[in-house]
Design a binder for this molecule. Structure first.
Ligand code: ADP
Ligand code: MG
Length: 264
């Protein structure tokens, strides 16, 4: 059995919304527990508004939980993260513009992160950039390009390269391929799968798209209205869904239905 690299235990998050008499609470996460083992790609799938991004933000330290605990390699993560904590895990977003400053070239974006964390002497930074571009299968000629001059797929590769620059062991991908064309989605999925193998990365892969989760993930957690309703190895989730909500999600994906039928 491999060891857990990341664990969430009974994490709850409540948002206060509205003012005065319209005040109410949204229970975005209700005692959510999940874990990701070393070298594993674990899916978190659910409809829009089910709490996926809230869990990602809690995991990375951008959002405080009301209760519950998080562990990295068996150690409790503090609510206020140190720089060292932040190096251990990185996030990739749906829209690379939210992680890439449009004014910065690829090289500058990576330098910025390396400098903030002060992990590499200045004279070694350029070689590290080239190494990272080769990891994400981009040409070195893009080093001086800015995000607007690249395709969506290239931008997402740059965001992945930047996320990898500090050698994290754990990535959280929040709808990281959802905005891309289908053929580009496939190439980014292949890249994440290759990186898992070559860097022994662990990935929490968040998506509303079951068909994509099925392609990439070893295990899948299904979240509905802030609660994990099912957590199963990918094959058994699709062959033998345990929860009514999972069955509903599976049947709501027509292309997936066709795939399943063709496989039988
Ligand atoms: N900062 C916030 N303030 C108030 N409500 C929020 C906030 N962030 C998320 N929510 C609410 O929490 C629920 C879960 O949202 P989210 O985690 O973004 O879901 P998902 O990523 O699955 O679409 C939704 O009802 C959303 O409106
Ligand atoms: Mg989201």
């Amino acid at each position: 059995m491999s060891k857990p690299i990341f664990e969430a235990r009974d994490v709850s998050v409540t948002f206060n919304v509205g003012r005065g008499r319209n005040k109410s609470q949204v229970h975005a996460l209700k005692k959510v527990s999940l874990d990701v083992n070393e070298g594993e790609i674990v899916g978190l799938v659910g409809e829009s508004g089910s709490g996926k991004s809230t869990l990602a933000r809690v995991a990375i330290g951008l959002q405080k939980q009301n209760s519950g605990e998080l562990f990295y390699a068996g150690q409790a993560l503090p609510k206020v993260r140190t720089l060292e904590d932040r190096r251990k895990m990185q996030m990739i977003f749906q829209d690379p513009y939210s992680s890439l400053d449009p004014r910065m070239s690829v090289k500058q974006a990576i330098f910025e992160l390396l400098d903030t964390h002060n992990v590499l002497p200045k004279e070694k930074r350029l070689d590290r950039c080239k190494e990272l571009l080769s990891l994400v299968k981009l040409p070195e000629s893009l080093l001086d390009s800015r995000p607007y001059a690249m395709s969506g797929g290239q931008r997402q590769r740059v965001a992945i390269a930047r996320a990898l620059s500090l050698n994290p062991q754990f990535l959280i991908a929040d709808e990281a391929v959802s905005a891309l064309d289908v053929s580009v989605q496939a190439s980014i999925i292949n890249l994440l799968s290759d990186l898992r193998d070559s860097l022994k990365l662990s990935i929490l892969f968040i998506s509303h798209d079951l068909a994509i989760v099925r392609l990439l993930c070893d295990r899948v957690n299904v979240i509905n209205l802030g609660e994990i309703v099912e957590s199963s190895p990918t094959l058994s989730l699709f062959d033998n869904p345990q929860h009514a909500y999972t069955r509903q999600l599976i049947s709501a994906v027509p292309k997936l239905d066709a795939i399943v039928r063709n496989a039988n």
